[in-house]
Every structure is written in structure tokens, then in C-alpha cells.
Ligand binder design. Structure first.
Ligand code: HEC
Ligand code: HEC
Length: 320
């Protein structure tokens, strides 16, 4: 009897500690860190601005673009995968000084994109991409573009609506995800003459294919993408299609039955650039065809994907 009582008391105490911890996380919210400004200024350059627009159109536009303003003024993100993270609004990233990022320095933007820490010190939750593996040239190009006179980014006085993170977001941001270290050495681009290297860079460093295509956003490994659980094996609930039906990411490992191991290079290039799958159907939202990719880049992605470890995982999505 006495032993049972002691076990009961210990259990009660453990539950209390857990409850107190959960309450603490809920009240404290997303953690804050030291936000630094590395003090770099990136010079305008028309080639970099064009490269930046290409990257932003593939990597940022889907979330930050607002059709009503035809600019990157942000929107309410109602996609299913984002809903579990709270009531999320992407923010105005035009050059407006009051509502946009017009008075952020280049260094503050770099700090956010590399480490995931906003200039006010708050951690940018899991849904905002972190780019620790992107080359300096490409990250700098994004910033040059955000400063350019392209219509998407010129100032628009559209006020932000603040995001209300869910408990899951607060918990993940406090316990699972930590800010990434700011690079201490230059981050070089891939050897573009080596298709596998170039493809690896696009999938894990430049375009963020792997968070959607691996098992779960909660178990992705941002610092070392290839160590993410179920790397590229699909099955992650990433959003809803245009009929509002939930969509799982596809298995894009070279498994012949459940992945894309039986696709030819030509079929893959057609699918990734223009959205036509080998079975005659179209790629469905939120997977966007990427006509911005060059033929060489699309082939490089294929070369890389064909040599990652195959995973057997059958993914079934609603038929369009
Ligand atoms: C999956 C959706 C998504 C994508 C993709 C995305 N963002 Fe964001 N971004 C957000 C959300 C949501 C916030 C607001 C985060 C918060 O306040 O908690 C945000 C915040 C920001 C901020 C901070 C703005 C401010 O005023 O606080 C900047 C700058 C930014 N994003 C730039 C980018 C750039 C550049 C890219 C492409 C490399 C990008 N984002 C891609 C969703 C996204
Ligand atoms: C926003 C999440 C998301 C991102 C980012 C993303 N994908 Fe997808 N992808 C999906 C979803 C969801 C599907 C399933 C779409 C369908 O069934 O039509 C898919 C389907 C595919 C397919 C078709 C596979 C098949 O068997 O039908 C290929 C190939 C693919 N993605 C490759 C990529 C590559 C390469 C990248 C990076 C350049 C990428 N995806 C980025 C979500 C994403």
C-alpha cells in the first residue's frame, strides 16, 4: 500500500511538472534570441537581381505574394499544413519603410534567412524557410532583388496582421527547433559541372524540396537535410489542393514501385518544369511546376534523386 502511495505521489508530481512546463511554453510563446546584424552591405547588381527574382518566384512568392496588390504584401495562410501551426499571416516584405522591410538592413535580412531569427529577436517559426545551405551568391541575390525596382517589391503601405501561433508552434520553436548558427566561413555554391552535386544543392540548399518531401516538418533536419526522417520518401501532409482536399507529398526517392525510380530523365524534366506527369495527369497544388529551372538544373535534380537511398512508401492522394 505504501509503495503504491509513493508511486502515486511521484506520478502526480511528474504530471504537475509537465503541466507547469506546458503552461510556461504557452505563456512565454516563441522564444527570443540575440538578433545580430553582421554589418554587411550588398551592392546592387543586375545579374544578381535577376537571379534573385528567379529564386524568390520559386521560394518565397507562394507564401508572400498577394494577388489583390500584385506585390509581396503577405496574406492569410489558410493552407491545411499551416493551420496546425496557428492563424498565420505571411508579412509585407515590400520596401515600405513602415509596413514592409524598407528599414531592415541587409545584415538583418541575412541574419533572418540564415539563422531563422527575426530582427526583434523572435524565432521565425517552422513554416518560414531557413536557408543555412544556400550559397552566399544566391542569398545575396535574394536581398539585391528585394531592394530592386521590380513591381513585386516596390513599397506598398499594407499593414501586417500579426500571426497567432498555436501551442504546437510554440512547443516546436521552444523544444525541437533551435536557431541555426550564422555561417562563419563563406558558403560556396556547388560544382555546376557535376550534376549530382548541383542537384543536391537545388534539393537541399536552394529550393527547399526536402522539408515538404520528407516524412514530417517536425522531424526535418535543417542543418543536415539528408538526415531528415524519411528523406524524400513523401507522405507529409503539406497543404490542400484547389478543391480543398488534403495533399501528401509524393515519394521522390528512386524506389521503382512507390517512388519515381521508373521515370526516365525526360519524363522527370517534363514533370518538374511543366507539370505533366508520366501517367498523363497534372501536378497538383501545392506542388508548383518550376518553368524557371533550366533544362540543365532539372536534369541535375534527376541525377541526384536517382542516387538517394530508395524508400518504400506508397503515397495516395485524391484523384484530381
Ligand atoms: C511557407 C510560407 C513562407 C515562405 C515560403 C516564405 N515565408 Fe517569409 N514569412 C512567412 C510567415 C508566416 C512570416 C511571419 C513569421 C512570424 O511573424 O511569425 C514570414 C516572415 C518573413 C519576414 C519578416 C517580415 C517582418 O516584417 O517581420 C521576411 C523578411 C520574410 N518572411 C522573407 C521571406 C523570404 C525572402 C522568403 C523566400 C526566401 C520567404 N520569406 C519565404 C511565411 C513564408
Ligand atoms: C509545398 C510543398 C512542396 C514543395 C516545396 C515541393 N513539392 Fe514536390 N510535391 C508536393 C506534393 C504535395 C506533391 C504531390 C502532387 C500531386 O500528386 O500532383 C508533389 C509531387 C512531386 C513530384 C511528382 C511525383 C509523383 O510521383 O507524381 C515530383 C517529381 C516532385 N514533387 C519534385 C519536387 C522537387 C524536385 C521539389 C523542389 C524543387 C519539390 N517537389 C518541392 C509538395 C511539394
Amino acid at each position: 500500500m505504501k509503495a503504491l502511495k509513493i508511486i502515486g505521489i511521484i506520478l502526480g508530481m511528474v504530471l504537475l511538472v509537465i503541466a507547469a512546463f506546458a503552461m510556461y511554453i504557452n505563456v512565454r510563446g516563441i522564444p527570443h534570441y540575440e538578433a545580430e546584424d553582421p554589418g554587411v552591405t550588398i551592392a546592387p547588381d543586375s545579374t544578381m537581381a535577376a537571379n534573385g527574382k528567379r529564386l524568390v518566384s520559386m521560394l518565397c512568392k507562394d507564401c508572400h505574394y498577394n494577388a489583390a496588390t500584385d506585390k509581396l504584401t503577405g496574406r492569410n495562410m489558410t493552407d491545411a499544413a499551416v493551420a496546425q501551426f496557428g492563424t498565420i499571416y505571411s508579412q509585407n516584405i515590400t520596401q515600405d519603410k513602415d509596413y514592409g522591410i524598407g528599414n531592415w538592413t541587409d545584415g538583418q535580412l541575412l541574419w533572418l534567412l540564415r539563422t531563422g531569427i527575426l530582427r526583434n529577436g523572435r524565432y521565425a517559426p517552422p513554416y518560414m524557410p531557413k536557408l543555412p545551405n544556400m550559397s552566399d551568391y544566391d542569398v545575396n541575390s535574394i536581398i539585391v532583388y528585394l531592394r530592386s525596382n521590380d513591381h513585386w517589391v516596390t513599397p506598398a503601405a499594407v499593414a501586417d496582421t500579426q500571426t497567432v501561433p498555436s501551442f504546437l508552434t510554440k512547443f516546436l520553436s521552444a523544444v525541437v527547433f533551435k536557431p541555426l548558427p550564422y555561417p562563419t566561413a563563406p558558403v560556396a555554391g556547388p560544382d555546376t559541372t557535376n550534376p549530382v552535386q548541383l542537384g543536391k544543392y537545388i534539393v537541399t540548399g536552394m529550393l527547399d524540396c526536402y522539408p515538404c518531401h520528407s516524412a514530417d516538418f517536425k522531424t526535418m533536419n535543417v542543418a543536415e537535410p539528408e538526415k531528415s526522417e524519411g528523406f524524400l520518401g513523401g507522405g507529409n501532409l503539406v497543404g490542400v489542393n484547389l478543391d480543398n482536399k488534403e495533399m501528401l507529398s509524393a515519394n521522390i526517392t528512386p524506389d521503382k514501385e512507390t517512388g519515381i525510380g521508373s521515370w526516365t530523365e525526360e519524363q522527370f524534366v517534363q514533370c518538374i518544369r511543366y507539370g505533366q506527369k508520366p501517367n498523363g495527369t497534372q501536378l497538383s497544388y501545392p506542388m508548383m511546376p518550376l518553368p524557371q529551372l533550366t533544362e540543365k538544373e532539372a536534369k541535375a535534380i534527376y541525377a541526384y534523386l536517382m542516387q538517394v537511398p530508395p524508400i518504400k512508401n506508397k503515397v495516395v492522394n485524391p484523384v484530381p
